[in-house]
Write a protein that binds this ligand. Structure first.
Ligand code: PLP
Ligand code: ZN
Length: 471
């Protein structure tokens, strides 16, 4: 689908990320990869010709205009740092109004000093995950080029987000592709409720991802998966808001779960651009955390030494790794369905982000994630299992001495607690059968922070005694 619509824009363009190609394209072109060489595309800007403020504090002036939708949105109030859309084309539903909170209970669990551990609560978005940050940007681009249908493959949250933008704006029909049996009910229920055309494929996420790309091409449907470079522009603003919440100070670490690697890629781009524009003087370190059951990035980065290498990563390492997965018929498998992905589409961009941010990669088990999730839940916020990879990863990096006790650490909570209640209930249950059915088969053997329901007879004395015994 390469229909080019002329959009007069003098400051934004698309650019191939391969340094051996670097081809550029109009903002109005719709590609999911560079048509010359097949690499991923970036949205790039001629900053000389745009009105970037000379200090991040300038954005505070937008707060007094919160009644205007583009100032209220936590994405578009930073529009000067993603200037690709004419204001009248921007589609916003109030995304990105998310808090950053210091949580000492979680700091204690991770092993850092009080006041140093922050949770960026992206579950507070309209559809309950960080995906809305990117969707408002991609949806705006789809609207700019006149699309009438938009599609994605999804482990759940992208489809929930796309479905919400479609049904609330009435500008497009949502077509969502999901694998069978892998999507949590919280997310599937959103897509169905929001009226999306839902195609359930007999396969897993990686299969759905392949098919949606083929189908979009064949039917000319706008693709909003994270291969879409415009989504990542919206996701940059998560980092702008982190800085804003820290009174524009730079933390030492950003820790984020890694699935398709869109977030980590966007965060790296955000800091790289802010630094190049002279708006920050230091770049925080980035930690990307895989699930052990979906650990392609960790394997490639730590076991096979794959690096960005100035834009020329060793493709042979990647090919060999994927051939190995195929030969073993190896499928991603983790309770953290949002990151249950073996072929991350933004791998190249993530390698670049790791290079820009002096990054590290780790993997954590389902056990580590669920324990971390329970700690997040017990200390003020809840999150879904994948999100807790950030906190579990921070704890691991602290134990390894990579993160110091005094470091200021921001963990991204990517999705809302209520997205996947099945895992939460199974963790806290006293029913061993239920525990085994949901968690045991994934190697989870204990629930260290379980909060068990107290079972009691329907009898006043028994109930009173139970409360006195347990409080
Ligand atoms: C999509 C998603 C992720 C993975 O993010 P990537 O950008 O694909 O790496 C992690 N957590 C949640 C809750 C998600 O919805
Ligand atoms: Zn190219």
């Amino acid at each position: 689908m390469a229909t080019s619509v002329d959009i007069i824009t003098d400051q934004a363009f698309q650019q191939c990320l391969s340094p051996d190609c670097s081809a550029t394209f109009d903002v109005g072109d719709v590609y999911t990869a560079c048509p010359k060489c097949g690499s991923l595309l970036d949205v790039a800007y001629d900053w000389e010709r745009s009105d970037v403020p000379d200090s991040l504090r300038w954005f505070e002036s937008k707060w007094s205009r919160r009644n205007e939708p583009l100032c209220r949105s936590g994405v578009w109030r930073f529009s000067e740092l993603l200037p690709f859309a004419p204001p009248e084309k921007i589609v916003t539903i109030g995304e990105g109004q998310t808090p950053l909170i210091a949580t000492d209970g979680v700091a204690k669990y991770v092993g850092t000093n009080p006041g140093t551990l922050f949770l960026e609560y992206e579950g507070m978005n309209p559809s309950g995950s960080f995906k809305d940050n990117g969707m408002t940007a991609a949806f705006t681009h789809a609207h700019m080029i006149g699309a009438k249908r938009a599609a994605c493959a999804s482990t759940g949250n992208t489809s929930a987000s796309l479905a919400l933008y479609c049904c609330s704006s009435k500008l497009m029909q949502a077509v969502i592709f999901i694998g069978s049996g892998k999507i949590s009910y919280g997310k599937l229920s959103q897509a169905l409720d929001y009226g999306a055309l839902t195609i359930q494929i007999a396969g897993d996420f990686d299969d759905a991802m392949l098919r949606v790309q083929q189908v979009s091409k064949e039917l000319g449907i706008y693709l909003v998966n994270s291969v879409n470079p415009f989504r990542l522009e919206g996701q940059k603003t998560i980092m702008f808001r982190v800085l804003e919440s820290l009174d524009w100070q730079i933390p030492d670490w950003i820790v984020v779960p890694g699935g398709n690697l869109g977030n980590s890629s966007a965060f790296g781009k955000a800091f790289h651009e802010l630094h190049a524009l002279g708006l920050i003087d230091r770049i925080p370190r980035l930690a990307v955390i895989n699930a052990a059951g979906a650990n392609t990035l960790n394997s490639l980065y730590n076991d096979n030494g794959l690096r960005w290498n100035g834009g020329r990563p060793d493709q042979a390492i990647i090919n060999k790794y994927y051939a190995g997965l195929d030969a073993a018929s190896s499928k991603a498998d983790t309770i953290a369905s949002a990151i249950e992905i073996n072929r991350p589409v933004n791998l190249m961009k993530c390698l670049r982000a790791l290079d820009w941010c002096d990054g590290v990669v780790r993997e954590v088990t389902d056990q580590q994630m669920l324990d971390a999730k329970a700690q997040v839940g017990a200390n003020g916020f809840g999150c879904e299992p994948a999100s807790a990879a950030s906190v579990a990863g921070a704890k691991l990096l602290r134990e390894q001495g990579v993160i110091a006790p005094s470091d200021r650490v921001v963990c991204i909570l990517t999705g809302h607690q209520l997205k996947d209640p099945t895992a939460t209930i199974a963790y806290h249950t006293t029913d061993q059968e239920e525990f085994n059915r949901v968690l045991g088969k994934r190697g989870v053997s204990r629930a260290a922070f379980a909060n068990r329901a107290v079972k009691v007879e329907n009898d006043l004395d028994e109930i009173v005694r139970a409360i006195q015994l347990n409080s």
